[in-house]
Design a protein around this ligand. Structure first.
Ligand SMILES: C[S@@+](CC[C@H](N)C(=O)[O-])C[C@H]1O[C@@H](n2cnc3c(N)ncnc32)[C@H](O)[C@@H]1O
Length: 287
């Protein structure tokens, strides 16, 4: 199967969330709340949030960051887009304000309309190289003269999945005057969070064992484990054992305070190493 189709199938599954938001946990994870806070502080340093703008949020998922935009730019009109109907429906309900349309980058929604500010927060790295370039060009064309572009990406650490810092800067420089570059320094906190994430994962597997039971496994050990966990008594016994770890993990991961403490401690020890995401703000200075 083509890689871009695989990514799309995975994304659509991530967007099948519930009242707790999407499957990334943008709504409840402490690290994500910190990322939003730092992103919007960075924006506030560079843009007058009290003015009236037409703002587009690309890759809005269930609307968690869109809501932050709405609460920050109180006098502006908000527009948002994502690839799935499910995400759009959830975002509309959660944010309660704005216009929403399904679209898939490099294409942009709201035909014929131009914007004063476009956000592409943690979205462009899902695209292949040629579509990343086309997206920057289309975003540029979709902005009014003097408009702003706010970009963010996880910083690639060699795996090639995300944006390399310099590569992102060079690509954005091709179209925009770069006004500022910033960082979200939660890499240490995200690593810390991952330790606890495993208990949530294990508990969810036990809860949804029927889904796993219906799959075919080429790995013999995996299929034996799934068979064993499908036994009602074994399943219940392990669930009871794991439950306290699951609950404590949920509390730790959802705590912004704990994640902030970890973030601040890791910044003191190794500031450069804990830069997890790059933030870039560019401006369209000519047509
Ligand atoms: C990691 S989430 C980020 C959500 C939100 N911007 C945030 O920062 O919390 C990435 C979002 O981008 C969307 N996305 C991925 N590829 C896309 C594409 N080609 N066109 C539009 N949206 C896309 C996904 O569906 C998902 O909602």
């Amino acid at each position: 199967m083509d890689n871009s189709i695989k990514i799309k199938i995975w994304l659509l599954n991530q967007l099948n969330g519930d009242e707790k938001g999407d499957k990334w946990g943008h709504r409840w994870r402490g690290t994500q709340k910190i990322r939003y806070e730092e992103t919007i502080e960075f924006v506030k340093k560079n843009i007058d949030v009290n003015k009236k703008y037409d703002i587009l949020d690309i890759g809005c998922s269930h609307g968690d960051f869109t809501k932050v935009i709405v609460e920050t730019f109180k006098n502006s009109n908000i527009f948002a887009t994502d690839i799935s109907e499910n995400a759009i429906k959830s975002a509309k309900k959660y944010v309660g304000k704005g216009d929403y349309e399904i679209s898939e980058l490099p294409n942009l929604p709201f035909r014929g309309k131009k914007f004063d500010l476009i956000f592409a927060i943690e979205v462009l790295y899902y695209l292949e190289e040629k579509d990343r370039l086309k997206s920057f060009e289309n975003i540029y064309n979709k902005l009014n003269k003097g408009g702003y572009f706010v970009f963010s990406s996880v910083i690639d650490d060699g795996g090639g999945r995300y944006f390399d810092e310099n590569d992102a800067i060079e690509k954005i420089k091709k179209y925009f005057k770069i006004l500022d570059i910033g960082y979200v320094r939660t890499k240490g906190a995200v690593k810390f969070e991952q330790f606890f994430m495993r208990f949530i994962l294990y508990y969810n597997i036990l809860q949804n064992i029927d889904v796993y039971k219906s799959k075919k496994y080429s790995n013999g050990l995996k299929s034996i484990i799934v068979k064993l966990l499908s036994n009602k008594i074994v399943n219940l016994f392990i669930k009871i054992l794991i439950y306290p770890f699951y609950k404590v993990s949920e509390l730790i991961i959802s705590s912004k305070t704990i994640m902030k403490i970890i973030k601040n401690m890791t910044i003191i020890c190794c500031e450069k190493k804990v830069r997890g995401n790059i933030l870039i703000i560019g401006r369209k200075i000519s047509d």
